[in-house]
Each structure stands twice: as structure tokens, then as C-alpha cells.
Design a protein around this ligand. Sequence first.
Ligand code: FES
Length: 80
Amino acid sequence: MTQVRINIDGHALDVPAGISVAAAIAQSQRPFRRSVSGHMRAPFCGMGICFECRVQIDGIAQQRSCMVSVRDGMQVVTDG
Ligand code: FES
């Protein structure tokens, strides 16, 4: 299986090509985001509806990580 290397919060991670960014973050065991009250949030629906999986991807904030596939060299920043 082809692997790609992404970067999550400064940590390089090799993951299978074609998986979602949400799956890659889950594999890394990094947190996703915090609510306005500071509570940790994580993906709920996995299909772009709940917006609980938002992270910064390649400098663009508030991206739904369950709706974006990993690309080699991708830079992901969570609220972790
Ligand atoms: S997990 Fe619900 S929008 Fe991504």
C-alpha cells in the first residue's frame, strides 16, 4: 500500500495514501480541537455534517478533516 508523509503539529507521520485527515489524526492519537469552553472535541459523524473534526490544513483554518484526503507533505495543525 502506498504511503504518504504528512505533518501533524510538528510530528511527521506516514499513513496510507487516500485515507482522510481525520483517520490520520486518529492514528497519531493527537487531539482534534477544543470547544470555546476548552473541552476536547473529536469527530462524530465522519461525513461532513457535525464540524467536530475541524483542524488547520496547509494554512487554511476550520477544515473538516473527515472530508479531506491526505496528501504527501500536508501540514496539519490541531488544537492539541
Ligand atoms: S466528523 Fe463530522 S464533520 Fe467531520
